[in-house]
Design a protein around this ligand. Structure first.
Ligand SMILES: Cc1ncc(COP(=O)(O)O)c(C=O)c1O
Length: 480
């Protein structure tokens, strides 16, 4: 990202004004675009807030920006007339009128700042590059003999060899299936997108646990589906019945190592949900992408209970082997799989055949299993490392459960200090967190603490800064 330079003879304020004008003239910031807040820009451009304030004032005086009380600073309607003669389409209007919702602003900032090497990533849902088996992946690519077809488009449902390999591999989750019941997708996220556009009508209800990964992405919400959080207590059947009325509905869940809470369902909980949904004919989406990272022995999946084609099961190698290969899978009844494959062909003409070859090789050799054993060991040590720091530093201000696997600790501060301000204060100190409010908009107590990405040194330093900034928030908060 561009930053002004202190080495130039042009003042920082003038460089920022020129940069903003460039953004507008190039069409990157169309008419009506809301500018980041002064505070955010000051962090982003590494200058004082007063420099941004003065730059804004000058551009407002020139009529290029305007501010709406309480809503922020915007690119003014006639900014383009003032800056240039040509007519520019109002891209902002096009963007706002389109179907897909944008990411939350906090997530956009996370995505942007994750690219900076100097940032300590305390929330990232990804394996550290040091935990990826890069050398072995390179070796395996050398072992593979690609044929011409591997560099062409892939088939609609994905490589038969990979789907066959997955049938054997899924037996581990006690899922018995056939290649025709499997669709290869470009990551689990694509599975959700395909389901949203290909299976459910606008206005359908998506049930889920109150704190969920689904709230941090918008595949269902963008297509007019209504997200309903439900408690899975003994009244579950009644709750679902009451909310459902005549609408189509589905139940989305991550029963093993939930993102972001890390919770793990018992077998009874799985059976309860399956039986209830079966009775009410509500399909279940079981998102199982973290299950192989469980530190204890695994509990059979909901899909393993499925005798009626009720469960759409999603898996992926993103959390275990490589998110960059973009390979995941859906297991479901053949009409659903064919429908999703048809939509997928209209969207991307199939997942990378080269990636599918690599994943097939790993699943059919001992490489994958051995890698998983090693990976779980590393993650366990990292979890312990972070838990020790939490015990030493955070026990008087926060609570957490011991990690049972995967990447995350769902850290709960006693006081509701996890606000956008807290997020930005930490960003200013080069620490990036995933605040709880991106998984539950009412939450201001939690952060999703990830021990999978940052190095041990970074985790130690980042947690210390987190601790210091928490104390500042607690001190400043007038909450009793
Ligand atoms: C629960 C869950 N499902 C799906 C995904 C998407 O994974 P993929 O990289 O396979 O698209 C993620 C990634 O964060 C996730 O946490």
């Amino acid at each position: 990202m561009w930053k002004p330079t202190r080495k130039s003879s042009i003042s920082l304020q003038r460089q920022i004004i020129n940069w903003i004008i460039d953004q507008i003239q190039s069409g990157d910031w169309g008419v009506g675009t809301k500018l980041p807040t002064q505070r955010q820009l000051a962090i982003q451009l590494n200058v004082n807030r007063s420099t941004i304030q003065q730059a804004f004032e000058e551009l407002k005086a020139d009529g290029i920006l305007n501010s709406k009380v309480g809503s922020g600073v915007f690119v003014a309607n006639d900014s383009w007339n003032l800056l240039a003669k040509s007519t520019q389409p109002n891209w902002q209007k096009y963007i706002e009128a389109s179907i897909h919702k944008p990411n939350y602003h906090t997530i956009q900032l996370i995505n942007e700042f994750e690219q900076e090497d100097s940032i300590v990533r305390l929330g990232t849902g990804e394996l550290s590059p040091s935990l990826l088996p890069t050398k072995q992946l390179q070796e395996s690519i050398k072992q593979l003999s690609f044929d011409e077809k591997d560099f062409g488009y892939s088939s609609p449902q994905g490589s038969t060899k990979l789907r066959q390999a997955l049938c054997n591999y899924l037996e581990k989750r006690e899922i018995t299936t056939k290649p025709e019941n499997i669709l290869i997708v470009s990551g689990a996220l694509q599975a959700l997108q395909l389901m949203a556009v290909g299976l459910f009508e606008t206005g359908s209800i998506v049930y889920q646990d109150p704190i969920s990964y689904l709230n941090s992405i918008q595949p269902f919400q963008s297509y007019g589906m209504q997200i309903e959080s439900v408690n899975r207590d003994k009244n579950l059947k009644q709750t679902l019945q009451t909310k459902k009325k005549n609408k189509q509905s589905i139940f989305y869940t991550i029963p093993t190592l939930n993102n972001p809470t890390g919770s793990v369902w018992t077998f009874d909980e799985k059976q309860h949900l399956y039986n209830t949904c079966k009775e009410l004919q509500i399909p279940i989406i079981e998102d199982d992408v973290y299950s192989e990272l469980l530190f204890e022995s695994s509990i059979p999946s909901i899909k393993s209970l499925d005798t009626s084609g009720q469960v759409l099961y999603i898996g992926s190698i993103s959390k275990t082997l490589s998110p960059g290969l973009r390979i995941g899978w859906v297991v479901g009844p053949t009409p659903v799989i064919r429908r999703l494959a048809d939509i997928k062909m209209q969207m991307d003409y199939g997942s990378s055949a080269v990636s599918q070859e690599i994943v097939t090789y790993w699943l059919t050799s001992e490489l994958y299993e051995n890698h998983l054993i090693e990976l779980r060991g590393h993650l366990k040590l990292r979890a312990k490392f972070v838990e020790n720091i939490l015990n030493e530093q955070f026990s008087s201000i926060a609570k957490w459960g011991k990690s049972r696997g995967g990447f995350y600790i769902w850290l709960r501060f006693d006081k509701p200090i996890v606000t956008k301000e807290f997020f930005l204060n930490l960003l200013k100190r080069k620490v990036l967190i995933n605040p709880g409010y991106i998984y539950d908009s009412d939450d201001s107590n939690h952060i999703r603490l990830s021990y999978s990405y940052a190095s041990l040194e970074e985790l130690k330093n980042g947690l210390f800064i987190l601790y210091e900034e928490s104390l500042v928030m607690i001190k400043n908060s007038c909450i009793p």
